[in-house]
Structures are given as C-alpha cells and as structure tokens.
Design a protein. Structure first.
Length: 300
C-alpha cells in the first residue's frame, strides 16, 4: 500500500521538533505512556528524535489495575527493547492507602481515579513537563489544546487561558510548582497515525487487530468480559470477533466488531467509518462535557 509520504514526514518532523523543544526548555520532562497506539507512536518518535542516544526522560504509566493483560505485557516488552526507565503509578496502591475511594455498582470504573494518581506522580517526580499522545481530532475538549498546555500549581487546566503559538514558537515559562502538558501529535488524525505506523512497521499490541473475544453489550457498546465489570442479569456474554480502536481501562474501553486482521485492513476500516474512535469509550458518555471536566481536574 502506498502512503502520502510527504504529508506523514511533515507530521513526523513537526512532532520531533516539539519533542526536542521539550528537552531543550524543561529541566525534568516525562512521557506519559498508556500502551495505546498514540503513546506507542509518541515513544517511537521520541526514540527517533534522540537516536542514537537513549531517551533523556522516563516513561510514566498510570496503572489502574484493570488494564488488558496484553497491554501490560506489551509495555514491559517495549521498555526492555528501548532501554527506557519506566515509572508506574498504581491506582490500586492509592485505594489501599485510602487516598482514593473505589466506585461501586454496575458502571464502576477506575478511569477517573487516574487523575489523582497522575498528579501525585508528577509532584513526587518534580516533573515540569508531561508529554502526552492526545490529538485534536479525538474529542471536542482536546481540540481546544495547544501543543504546550499550561497547568497551574494544582495541575488544573483552564481552556480559556491558552497561550498563542504563532510560527511554532512555544512558551514554556512557568511559575514554581506549575507544569506543562505537551502534545506533539496534536495535528495528526487517527488515519495519519495508522498510515505512519504501517509505513514505519511499528510493532503494536494484538488488541488492535481482529480477534475472537468474550464480550457483552451495554448501552450499544461492546465491552470485554472481565471480572472487573459487574454485569446486569440481561447482559449475556457471547463470542465475537472484535478489535480495539483505543486502549484504556477494561471497564470503559469499548471493542468493535471487525474483520480487520492486518494494518492495511485497519486503514481501510478507519478511512470508511463514520464513528469516531472514542465513540466506543463508555467514560466519555457519562456527560456531554465528560472529557473537558476530567481535563480541568488534571486528566491527560
């Protein structure tokens, strides 16, 4: 399959420039890693940006304890392969300490609990910049972000107080205790990501490719069957050929019926779909402004 090489190379160049700007402007950055395709892309670009030297900053994964097992294995294998340092913030440990309270009931999820753990890890590590793999095409709240997104001393985001970024000039000045979230792949689309990953032959978790899995339908979204989710009496489990378009906490990550077994199949599927990739995320459906509300509190 042929790709628009110039377009993808321009996006790559822009993202690498932003990543290098972070290394130049900040004293102690960290790269947020979830095990999803966007964070894998971010890690790949960061490795490329500083090759042959090793990454000048660690990776930070906020582990809900309710991840897909495939995600954790892929994470550990990748860290070993690139020789990076990994920091893991544990939601389960925060619950055990009484720092957080577990949600109860059929719709219980640990996804929202990640925010407090993330802010705690950023504070403990004294990180002044956190690189993330969010893209503007994902969701309306993320469309409001700049490349350099300022956070106050409480880790909170004010979407009405964004700094201008003219001619790719980035202002990383801040007060003590504040930090920045930085989104180098802001201008990429889901299709761009897949085409680039195919072009560069980047290794990915098998969750992204069609496979048979036990699932159940909840409010029009298929969720993977797991002990982490309390099922209602009428929610019957069935075997279905599915794949993930996003990867997060199992309690809120929807899976999609699909026959896409190769990356070329995925590209064709993404190019023709009318549903956004986060259309299957149960956590985004809690309210009309669910993502923006979480981001204001310090979410990714």
């Amino acid at each position: 399959m042929r790709y628009h090489l110039n377009h993808l190379k321009e996006l790559e160049s822009e993202s690498i420039f932003v990543i290098r700007e972070v290394a130049a402007q900040f004293e102690n950055p960290v790269l947020m890693f979830s095990g999803g395709k966007d964070s894998i892309l971010m890690t790949y670009l960061a490795v490329k940006a500083f090759y042959p030297a090793k990454l000048p900053f660690p990776l930070l994964h906020i582990d809900t304890g309710h991840n897909f097992p495939e995600t954790i294995k892929f994470r550990d294998d990748l860290i070993k392969k690139i020789g990076a340092r990994l920091i893991v913030g544990s939601v389960q440990a925060a619950i055990d300490k009484g720092m957080l309270r577990e949600e109860k009931g059929f719709n219980a999820s640990r996804n929202g609990l990640q925010t407090a753990v993330l802010l705690d890890e950023l504070e403990k590590g004294k990180f002044d910049a956190a690189l993330g793999g969010a893209r503007r095409d994902e969701e309306k709240a993320r469309a409001k972000e700049r490349f350099f997104s300022h956070r106050d001393e409480f880790g909170q985001w004010d979407p009405k107080n964004q700094r201008p970024e003219l001619w790719n000039l980035f202002n990383g000045k801040k007060q003590y205790g504040e930090h920045f979230r930085v989104f180098p792949i802001s201008n990429w689309t889901e299709l761009d990501v897949w085409q680039y990953l195919a072009m560069e032959n980047v290794e990915l978790p098998n969750l992204y490719f069609a496979h048979t899995r036990k699932v159940f339908n909840r409010d029009g979204i298929y969720l993977a069957d797991t002990d982490y989710i309390m099922k209602r009496p009428h929610e019957d489990v069935l075997d279905l050929k599915v794949r993930c378009r996003t990867i997060g906490d199992m309690t809120c990550t929807g899976v999609w019926p699909s026959e896409a077994e190769t990356i070329e199949d995925i590209i064709d599927e993404v190019a023709s779909t009318r549903i956004t990739e986060r259309g299957g995320r149960a956590d985004d459906k809690r309210s009309e402004t669910a993502m923006e509300d979480r981001k204001k509190k310090g979410y990714f």
